[in-house]
Write a protein that binds this ligand. Structure first.
Ligand code: OGA
Ligand code: NI
Length: 357
């Protein structure tokens, strides 16, 4: 993994490029024409919005059948959906946005203490992938681990603003609980035992991490992307962002659908590991982020992943003579090395994995 020890070029904070007041963005952020935002037609649709009222509060044997069906359809048709009335405190969600926005607005020296490296990606970063000369995305981020406990280290989380660590800790606790419920729903919907996915992820030994994405204002938003098209490599992602600044786009066939976030909603998406476990009954769908010249945007991407050294392979129940296993067994550690080396690249990683068979 020596190639992952250092960044290939000096790291430039996108926020400092944005703050410098340039009217023309540097070449390394200019995407080839085929990847620019304007090329794709943005469809008017929105991803499904699902009200979880009752699901979180009641005993989970009483999950309303209609809610299960809505989630099942969303997983099959979109790979993405939004949930409201999910049981996570809206006050806590607002505090998270406020504190992390404050973090990104601290003086650069205070953020540099947490500068990250490609060996673990933990901390304050400005690129994904270590390929020299790569075209970069218009965003900075902060990446941290919640689980397993051996990887959680509060000293690697920001000491400032005050209470950032405590609030981030509480947010993680609440989201892990929500994820456990969603894993049951997905397992039931796939016709597997309700604990199936959780067990395949390692039971109590799952991996959980957070990436706070910061998208500064951009003077030429039509030439670049805040985050290039990718599918999430892990299990499932819960995204929370400002509801008044759009940016996330989800692929729907040949179109890109701009997500309009509902207030205090989580945007849930299926990651590559659930695509594998479900033998592609559920797809992890490509998405990307646009930036704009008017307002910065912050998002919290919470990743719920399998224990990193377990083999993940299609569930036996979903493999039949008509539908053979589409993917070879692979650990999440092996799998994510690809994205950590090459950066976000559509779904090329899933295709590479398929061709290994
Ligand atoms: C991600 C992601 C979307 C967003 O962090 O993987 O897709 O809106 N983020 O920031
Ligand atoms: Ni993503």
């Amino acid at each position: 993994m020596s190639c992952l020890r250092d960044w290939p070029e000096p790291v430039v904070r996108v926020q400092s490029v944005s703050d410098s007041g340039l009217l023309v963005i540097p070449d390394q952020y200019i995407k080839p024409p085929s990847e620019r935002p304007s090329i794709a037609s943005a469809a008017e649709a929105n991803i499904p919005l699902i009200d979880l009222q009752g699901l979180v509060l009641e005993d989970d044997t009483k999950i309303p059948a209609s809610t299960l069906t809505q989630i099942s359809n969303a997983c099959r048709d979109w790979g993405f959906f939004q949930i409201v009335n999910h049981g996570v405190s809206p006050i806590l969600m607002d505090q998270m946005l406020r504190l992390w926005r404050q973090f990104f607005h601290l003086p650069i020296e205070l953020k540099q203490i947490y500068a990250n490296s490609p060996s673990t990606y933990e901390g304050y970063g400005s690129r994904l992938g270590v390929q020299k000369g790569a075209i970069l995305d218009w965003s900075d981020y902060f990446f941290l681990h919640y689980l397993p406990p051996a990887l959680k280290d509060h000293n690697k989380w920001p000491a400032l603003p005050n209470s950032c660590r405590e609030v981030t800790e509480e947010y993680g606790d609440q989201l892990v609980k929500l994820c456990r419920i969603l894993m049951k729903v997905l397992s039931i919907n796939l016709g597997l035992g309700e604990d199936y996915l959780q067990n395949m992820f390692g039971g109590e030994d799952i991996g959980v991490c957070l990436r706070v994405n910061f998208y500064p204002k951009c003077p030429q938003p039509d030439l670049t992307l805040g985050l290039s098209s990718h599918s999430d490599p892990g299990g499932m992602t819960l995204l929370f962002s400002d509801d008044h600044v759009a940016g996330l786009q989800v692929r729907k066939g040949e179109n890109w659908v701009t997500v309009k976030p509902a207030q205090h909603a989580f945007i849930i998406n299926i990651g590559d590991q659930i695509q594998v476990l479900s033998n592609a009954t559920y797809k992890s769908v490509e998405h990307r982020v646009l930036v704009n010249s008017v307002e910065e945007r912050l998002s919290l991407a919470f990743f719920y992943n399998p224990k990193s050294d377990l083999l993940i392979e299609p569930a036996k129940e979903l493999v039949t003579p008509d539908r053979p296993a589409l993917y070879p067994p692979m650990t999440f550690d092996e799998y994510r090395l690809y994205i950590r080396t090459k950066g976000p690249r559509g779904k090329s990683q899933m295709e590479t994995q398929k061709s290994l068979r």
